[in-house]
Design a binder for this molecule. Sequence first.
Ligand code: GLU
Length: 496
Amino acid sequence: MENGITPVRVRFAPSPTGHMHLGSARTALYDYLLAKKTGGKFILRIEDTDQKRYVEGAEQELIEGLRWLGVDFDEGPDIGGPFGPYRQSERKGIYLKYAEQLVESGHAYYCFCTPERLTKVREEQQRRKEAPHYDGNCRNIRIEEARQRIEKGEKHVIRFKTPKEGTTTVKDLLRGEITVENRTLDDYILVKSDGWALYHLAAMVDDHLMKITHVIRGSEWLPSLPLHSLIMQAFNWPEPVWVHLSVFLKPSGKGKMSKREKDELLKDGYSIFIKDLKDLGYLPEAVVNWVSLMGWSFDDHTEFFTLSDLIDKFSLEQLNPSPAAINFSKLDHFNGLHIRNLTDEELARRITPFFTAKGIKTDAEKMKKIAPILKERIATLDESVEMAGFFFKDKVLPAVEELVPKGLTPAQAREILLESHIILSAVGNFSHKEAEEPMRAYVESSGFSAGQVFGVLRVAITGQKVSPPLFESMEIIGKEVVLQRLQQSIRLIDQE
Ligand code: GLU
């Protein structure tokens, strides 16, 4: 490459076991940024060998989540690529072949221990207050004998023959060297009795075959890193650069979020799941900006980044291994900034589905006029419906108690409505400027405050106490409808 940076090959390797969350979004984003920055490739690999934990639809949700975020992958299960298949469930035979290669080279062995025996071993270890581990019973069975037993149909797994002496040193890019005593490591299972490889083997084989240069993943995988490094060494494969990202903590900064806390969060209009954030009215641009800063920073003050800014500025050197507390008010803040960064047309396009979802039929021309007056006033896209739904309704039904605010009598509210009707009827060109001028003059002479007069008008015209700016709204609604609504409110007061 011209800039001297070697193009990377990085992979996001989720297990389709549930909803896509912030942690996944961040890993995928960093992968994507690094790939784009270096002219490399970003790969999506679905790690679905654990059939018990498989959740229908989860893969689709992941793909949709990535596309929504704008974090596009270059190779993956739905688009293919030169190193496929990209779903581990379609690679069973590959893993088995490599597991047998390890058995052949003396780095793995067949184990015939029954679940009953393993339970007993575990119980004895518990009694002796030892950490549970495999006791090595089958470690030294000769390979010919093992093959005969397999031929006779004896159930077996393949275990890694972890060295029992010495130490293993691995290097994580953010944490430096980590050394463990090999005797603390277990003889982990690589292939289960049903012939399916476990993650530890499958991921290493795939990372090698897919020519992955950097493994970026959550720090929950740090404890497995020595094993992964030993597997790579056993195959005589070069190791990728290992990058374990910081942990996310709940907003209080204390610990990880529980299931119950996640449900509670949704009631407040927040979520750690990507699909929810979309439905709650967050922009992908804001989510990207927000998560990019949970574990990375550019400097100590720049915080507004678009995806292309991030491609430009991202670097692995500025990743930070310290835990990051999830801060939802920051998300609101970024959402506001990115909403204001949209063009009016684009904002109109983005808010439209939120109206449709509430059964409100919109019209594109009107929406384009509404977008600019909403821009400064909404923190999330869904708020636009509550704020501006009335624009698309044929009728509004103001509540009389809201038409007559505190401090005014019904007769005074009626007077305001009637005077406004007279004044506004006389306005020729019904632009907000032309309508506002005589109304301000009326406020001056009426003895009422601006808050009182415009409050009554707002309820009469929009049917609600909070709305976008009154005169801009009136301009969009149009003179005729405004006058009708004023008359309707006068009648409502009279009927009381
Ligand atoms: N399937 C693993 C997970 O979902 C992937 C970990 C990795 O990136 O190596 O956590």
